[in-house]
Design a protein around this ligand. Sequence first.
Ligand SMILES: Nc1ncnc2c1ncn2[C@@H]1O[C@H](COP(=O)(O)OP(=O)(O)OP(=O)(O)O)[C@@H](O)[C@H]1O
Ligand SMILES: [Mg+2]
Length: 553
Amino acid sequence: MASNQAAAPHQPPYTYQPNQGYRPTEGVPVELRYTSAPLPSQDYIYQDSDDYDSDDDVYLPGDDLEDEGAALTSGDITKQFNRQRQLQGANGSGVAALPRSNAQKPTANTSARVDDIDAELARHANKIKLDSVKGEQGRDKDKADRATSELVLDQRTRMILLKMIQRGVVSEVHGAISTGKEANVYGAVLEPEDGGRPIQRAIKIYKTAILVFKDRERYVTGEHRFKKGVNKSNNRDMVKQWAEKEFRNLKRLHSAAIACPEPIMLKSHVLVMEFLGDKRGYAYPRLRDANISEEGTENPWRSLYVQLLGIMRRLYKVCSLVHADLSEYNILYNDNQLYVIDVSQSVEHDHPRALEFLRMDIKNVGDFFRRKGVDTLPDRTIFDFITAHDGPVAEPELAQAVEHLYETRPAADGSAEAAAAEEVDTEVFRNQYIPQNLNQVYDIEKDAERPTDELVYKNMLAEKVATKPEAGGSAGESEDGASVDDTDDEESGSEVDESIFDKGPPRGKKHEDKGEKKQHKQAVKEEKRAKRAEKIPKAVKKKLIAASSKKRK
Ligand SMILES: Nc1ncnc2c1ncn2[C@@H]1O[C@H](COP(=O)(O)OP(=O)(O)OP(=O)(O)O)[C@@H](O)[C@H]1O
Ligand SMILES: [Mg+2]
């Protein structure tokens, strides 16, 4: 088609010309063109390799994440997205861009429905106001400033936000509450249609830069929920899985009545959750920044410490999770209440390093409260308290149990020896190898001679779990009746130790009788000795190889 021909109404309003990009077809009345904005520059031309067409991953808390969630809208999303780019411009500045991949297709009047959706989305563009930052309260100004400059959203993210606005999940997206290396968290407001009070929300948007996620593999490897594996080559996929993990974990915490942001919606790498903060949109401070009055006689940090130990126990027992990055940075504080956040890396009991992560959490928590002048309990005592089979999982019994630990600790008498022994024990505990299940215990026979109480894995031992949950009682049911929605991952919920019950006798040799065991051991030893006898020493082997290769030459 020659560009100087008068355009009939069915002709596209733009024509592609090599090296010049899209030029308006002459004669097309302005109202038939998409936009009167300046012509797109080559920079904005959409690359075919950009994969913007997946829209099959919107999750709401009730959804089963195993089967792919419902799409936001039906229809060809690529088309919608491309149209959106034209309307809005690649950087939101109103500069239009047209997709190269659609070069030969007429771009007007092809689908009135798609046009409607796009026009609808474009109307919301001004509701993303990233420069409205509430930075002063409890936050350093620098960070708030950085927030505005860093926050140019990519098109896909922008599209997701626009759709969320369109669906009424939020009415406006505001500036960043926090910008980090892995994610930015934005404030958002929902203005209810009935004119009720505006509701604040938080939106966590994961970043897709590859370097940041390098380290995260260790949390995913070995977790049954990621059995299918994470495709490292596809970065966006990986980030999506992280967001999904955070969403699931928040869901669990929330169902178990652990104070945390309630998850509201997940779409790809964008997670909408309850806002933890005041009505004006100021987020609660992190525990690290909390301004806690220390006027009374008792150190107010102590009761927060006790509260946190209870949360950790509940998280472990009721949610079957270990936070794995618990510290004063990932806990928010308001009015004597602690809120757990940032659970994207939290792992299940069955993760090979779950107990190691738990030990790390215990240490971080202890270090912080010690700096606040709290007389903390030994790491091992807390570890046993959190992982114990029996015992409370709800307040106020949890706090009472912690107080009981204080009363019964060996160093409770205040003697210097007992305190020193406690210190040594903590040091040993921190460096000890922690088996995750009984198959990982490497000298079970030697351990069997030691008092059970000394074993770091004592809570995994079968004798301790002889009381299987009664038929009809769900494993996720807590004492206070809160039930955990574990429908999305059936295999979880049960304890590590319970699997011993379900899978018959343990694979180890513990159940064999002593004589048999001895015989078996002897046989293995002999076999190894025989093998060694046949083995050619390394030095000899080397010489032989050298000699034979010389011969060949
Ligand atoms: N629901 C929420 N309500 C209010 N503030 C929140 C909420 N979620 C997160 N924040 C704020 O955002 C900050 C960062 O959140 P979060 O810890 O979840 O991100 P992150 O994964 O640590 O990101 P990065 O590691 O990149 O810093 C928190 O310290 C908190 O101040
Ligand atoms: Mg964090």
